[in-house]
Design a protein around this ligand. Structure first.
Ligand code: SAM
Length: 277
């Protein structure tokens, strides 16, 4: 692999989610050989770099300066230099900054090269004991309101494992909301993966007693059971189309559909949202 061959590229480099040994030889070589490392927090990435003797200049790239920083990094790419993009932990763009830089580089005709490695979502999924196919990655749910209700309704309908990120202080609230929306499904609470106090609690929504949780947490929840609603059929979809065409809101259409088809209201709501796209 040639990193500095005069063609500017963006390398999207995954870094450890806790255990600093979880970094591959290719990631280290890329970080050492590019002209600049764009970091979520330069001080955080400094620890990884100093451990491996990497002296590449670092610049910050986060939600608040991504637009301005993109312009600077594109200028560097134009001059034939390459850039590595990292976040504080795991894979950039996975609930982390970087999407704008990747998009801008692609739009300007530069190559974007993944350097894969850890991500808490996949680590949690494979340790959960729940089916890995299909799975949906939700990242962080919206904190409240309609957006959160709609996301929970989509969770209720999805037929595969659900992977969610959550801040420790909000885990109990989110587990309670998932229980209310999904019922007593199996869940794995994956805490501090790859770190000294790594812990995976497996049980059912509504049953696990958590107490105070510290550290980083990823949740994996069982998907909708196969019999959780009528199989998709043209009649139900056609009825949803009629109700929406009559000007009913998604919520009112779901109420009507649930009444007509004898469905749980949350399943009807999920179907209406899916149909509405
Ligand atoms: N880009 C990262 C990745 O690829 O996993 C995720 C960044 S997101 C801002 C941070 C969230 O990821 C945390 O709130 C937690 O939900 C999850 N997370 C990160 N590290 C973790 C770990 N070691 N164990 C469990 N969950 C973790």
């Amino acid at each position: 692999m040639t990193i500095s061959d005069g063609r500017g590229r963006v390398y999207v480099v995954a870094t450890p989610i806790g255990n600093l040994e979880d970094v591959g030889a290719r990631a280290l070589r890329v970080l050492a050989e590019v002209a600049r490392i764009a970091c979520e927090d330069t001080r955080h990435t400094a620890r990884l770099c100093s451990r491996h003797g990497i002296r590449t200049p670092r610049v910050s790239l986060h939600a608040h300066n991504e637009a301005r920083r993109c312009a600077e990094l594109l200028a560097l790419l134009e001059s034939g230099e390459s850039v590595a993009l990292v976040s504080d932990a795991g894979t950039p763009l996975i609930s982390d900054p970087g999407e704008r830089l990747v998009r801008a580089a692609l739009d300007a005709g530069f190559e974007v090269v993944p350097v894969p490695g850890p991500t808490a979502a996949v680590a949690a999924l494979v340790a959960s004991g729940l089916p890995t196919r299909p799975f949906a990655f939700l990242g962080f749910l919206s904190r409240k309101g309609r957006a959160r209700r709609e996301e929970l309704a989509l969770c209720a309908a999805f037929p595969g494992s659900l992977v969610l990120y959550e801040a420790p202080a909000r885990v109990e609230r989110t587990l309670a909301d998932l229980h209310a929306a999904l019922g007593p499904r199996r869940v794995a609470i994956c805490r501090e993966l790859t770190k000294r106090h790594e812990q995976v609690l497996r049980g059912r929504l509504g049953e696990l007693q958590l107490g105070e949780l510290r550290g980083e947490v990823t949740l994996v929840v069982e998907g909708a059971p196969a019999d959780s609603g009528p199989a998709p059929d043209g009649d139900a979809d056609a009825r949803i189309d009629e109700l929406l065409a009559d000007g009913l809101s998604a919520r009112d259409a779901a109420r009507e559909l649930a009444r007509e088809l004898g469905l749980p209201r949350r399943d009807a709501y999920a179907r209406v949202l899916r149909r509405r796209g």
